[in-house]
Write a protein of this length. Structure first.
Length: 147
């Protein structure tokens, strides 16, 4: 079974059982963002994590094996995403990317924020004018080295 087939089975089982990503993450014992990324094929689970995920989803060992494969990360089908929600993140980077870069360099020096030593949180903020989305990126600063 390839990773795409496993993801399709995972999504189908999650919908059929009415499970949230948070419920699955709690069973797996990891953060909701990391668990969801793994379920969608963007991170690999350990054997124990995969066993817990397929148990709650009532899926077979072939899915557990697929969850343990090293993923092809960042594998969107288009260079510029067309899904409106995902596109907005692309748009934010287009509009504010140079600003983010300038401020990080001013605060930390010449370097990057790690996407490996990285965490993300997503929160729902109640607002009388319409609920808001709060996303926090937390990545280790990695300075460029000189040699």
């Amino acid at each position: 079974m390839n990773r795409e087939e496993a993801t399709a089975l995972i999504l189908e089982a999650r919908r059929a059982k009415g499970l949230t990503y948070e419920a699955i993450a709690n069973k797996v014992g990891r953060h909701i963002v990391w668990t969801t990324a793994a379920l969608l094929g963007q991170a690999s689970m350990s054997a124990d994590e995969a066993a817990r995920a397929v148990a709650i989803l009532e899926l077979g060992p072939e899915v557990a094996l697929a969850l343990q494969e090293y993923p092809l990360k960042g594998s969107l089908s288009e260079a510029i995403p067309v899904d409106p929600l995902i596109y907005r993140f692309h748009e934010i980077t287009q509009v504010y990317g140079t600003t983010i870069k300038a401020i990080i360099h001013e605060m930390f020096g010449d370097g990057i924020m790690s996407a490996i030593d990285f965490e993300m949180d997503i929160e729902k903020i109640k607002d009388p004018k319409g609920d808001r989305v709060k996303i926090t990126y937390n990545g280790k600063f990695l300075p460029y080295r000189k040699w």
